[in-house]
Design a protein around this ligand. Structure first.
Ligand SMILES: Nc1ncnc2c1ncn2[C@@H]1O[C@H](COP(=O)(O)OP(=O)(O)OP(=O)(O)O)[C@@H](O)[C@H]1O
Length: 548
């Protein structure tokens, strides 16, 4: 479906404008716009008795211009804003798309053509926004996020782009820890169509916990949450848009016109005594069967203990390196090769699996499950961390296709790290959970055994960005409905990282929550993350040789 040609003038030169094959094409002798219609932010007709002008607000690759920014708008001379649809489809690997910028173009039409121009603008907007445009935008911004870039990204990119799309965003800048949590706890959900988080995963963590802790949690979580990458890891952004680059305009575009999908949350419990100093963002408290109090909170991205937590939280002093600090942290941690002393107990349940082929199959075709009603919001299916489980659970056998039992099973090997999550990417260099599925009722868990040498550990994540570290002999990768980690007291500094945030290093239990977050993607698929292919015979042989 296209849009008929409209004749007018651009910079005084005769011009035609149309939509053909889902591309907006504006052509003069010297200027050319040929962009996916998805990149149209807004079109408006400005009329005076003497003239009518269509002003187009677009996103366009910066490098596609033949002249600098001044070539567009009132003083424009020659412009070439081109992005073929094939390149737009491959946007996660195309550097031109990584440098999208706001551009404007004015098309003058004779006053007599004003009614036709008005109809053309309406039709263009219908192409650009096939679903109702999200106009009521709330922006929660951490101005110091991403090594202090947050304020700049907000003022120079996010706010102007939203205004160009005809939105008047409500902006809340956080002043410190728990600010985002408090704001989202008290806001009127019905006032907004979408919530943008300009910051890192820490800001998203606060927003998600605030939405989930509200009395109207199941409804509040229908407000789509959009990560605008301005931190070090930005795992949610990477899973939605691909690992090539942190593309702020693309994130904003997904807020305006992305397709909604449900994303299960992980729910955690930890004994309340560990939060004695008061933790402002984890207010939900329950009681176990023996009366002991526990804190219940939510994780959207990851839970890490051992080496992977040390990378996250033990490398704060290298923040200036951006996300390179994670790679450096891994090398240092692998060389140190410390054992993570903890009991790991899991419930595979009907949604769990230890079979990689089965996981891949499911990731390809898993249908989303129904979300919780408000009544079921905080229900725990597998109890809380304070509840007793078997003193000696049966061992979890990774060798065979384990039966989908609802009993607790124990990982019997010594480990160096445990990493749990529900989204593929946790950082640009690590697709930690290549078989993650947004709503399959299971958590993806990766355990690295301690028995492997430092060198084996280093080698195992060399290809982490493709997710094939899970094929390594030192990695156990499985899906479970719930797991519990009980760290043993041991000397030294130890971390527990939840979505990259530090929480008390104490026993914790995780399960899939009936609560679901609403995310927006620019594709039909929820994630922009390739599902890992099974290893080829050659790859099998290579890994066997490496093991030998
Ligand atoms: N104005 C502020 N000053 C200091 N800290 C803040 C401020 N606003 C928010 N915070 C806190 O900063 C922490 C980290 O924020 P965020 O994750 O957005 O950025 P980041 O740390 O740069 O990113 P990443 O976690 O990916 O490294 C959060 O715990 C948040 O509560």
């Amino acid at each position: 479906m296209g849009l008929p040609e409209l004749e007018g003038r651009v910079h005084g030169a005769r011009a035609t404008a149309c939509v053909r094959d889902a591309q907006l094409v504006v052509r003069t002798n010297t200027d050319l716009v040929d962009l996916p219609v998805e990149l149209v932010l807004h079109a408006a007709l400005e009329t005076t008795p003497e003239a009518s002008r269509i002003r187009l607000h677009l996103l366009a690759p910066a490098s596609s211009r033949t002249h600098p920014r001044a070539c567009l708008g009132a003083s424009a001379q020659h412009a070439k804003l081109v992005l073929p649809r094939a390149r737009w489809r491959q946007r996660d690997t195309d550097d031109a798309v990584a440098r999208l910028e706001h551009a404007t173009l004015a098309l003058d039409v004779p006053p007599a053509e004003t009614p036709a121009a008005r109809a053309w603008v309406d039709q263009l907007l219908a192409h650009a926004y096939p679903e109702a445009a999200r106009k009521r935008v709330l922006v929660i911004a951490n101005p110091v996020g991403g090594q202090g870039k947050g304020k700049h990204v907000l003022d120079r990119i996010v706010a102007p782009l939203l205004r160009a799309a005809d939105c008047a965003p409500t902006v809340f800048e956080t002043r410190g820890r728990a600010d985002a949590f408090r704001y989202v706890s008290e806001m009127r959900i019905a006032d907004f169509d979408v919530l943008l988080c300009v910051g890192g995963d820490g800001t998203v963590h606060e927003v998600v916990n605030a939405l989930a802790a509200r009395a109207d949690a199941a409804d509040a979580l229908r407000l789509p949450v959009v990560p605008v990458p301005c931190g070090s890891g930005n795992g949610m952004y990477l899973s939605l848009h691909g690992p090539r680059s942190f593309n702020v305009p693309l994130a904003c575009l997904s807020a305006l016109k992305g397709r909604a999908h449900a994303q299960e949350l992980c729910v955690l419990t930890q004994e309340a005594v560990h939060f004695a100093d008061g933790h402002p963002i984890y207010p939900i408290v329950g009681h176990g069967r023996d009366g002991r109090a526990y804190v219940q909170y939510y994780s959207f991205l990851s839970q890490a203990i051992g080496l992977m937590a040390d990378i996250d939280l033990g490398t704060e002093r290298y923040r200036f390196l951006g996300d390179l600090r994670f790679s450096l942290g891994y090398v240092l941690g692998a060389l140190r090769n410390r054992r993570c002393k903890a009991d790991i107990d899991v419930v595979l349940g009907t949604h769990g699996s230890t079979d990689l082929a089965q996981m891949r199959e499911r990731a390809l075709r898993e249908a989303p499950r129904a979300a919780a009603t408000t009544d079921a919001a905080h229900r725990l299916r597998h109890g809380a961390v304070v509840d007793a489980i078997d003193a000696q659970p049966a061992p979890l056998d990774f060798g065979a296709r384990a039966a989908p039992t609802g009993r607790w099973l124990r990982v019997s090997e010594d480990i160096s790290t445990l990493y749990g999550g529900k989204m593929p990417f946790v950082a640009r260099s690590l697709m930690a959970f290549p078989y993650a599925s947004p709503a399959d009722g299971a958590l993806d868990i990766m355990v690295q055994t301690h028995a492997s040498s430092a060198v084996e550990k280093l080698v195992s994540v060399l290809h982490g960005e493709h997710g094939d570290h899970i094929l390594d002999s030192s990695i156990r990768y499985f899906k479970a409905e719930a797991y519990r980690v009980t760290p043993h007291a041991s000397p030294g500094q130890h971390y527990l990282s939840i979505d990259g945030e530090m929480v008390p290093h104490a026993p914790f239990q995780v399960e899939v929550s009936p609560l679901q977050l609403t995310l927006l993607s620019l594709d039909d698929d929820e994630w922009r993350a390739p599902i890992l292919q099974p290893p080829t015979a050659r790859e099998h042989a290579r890994r066997a040789a490496a093991r030998a």
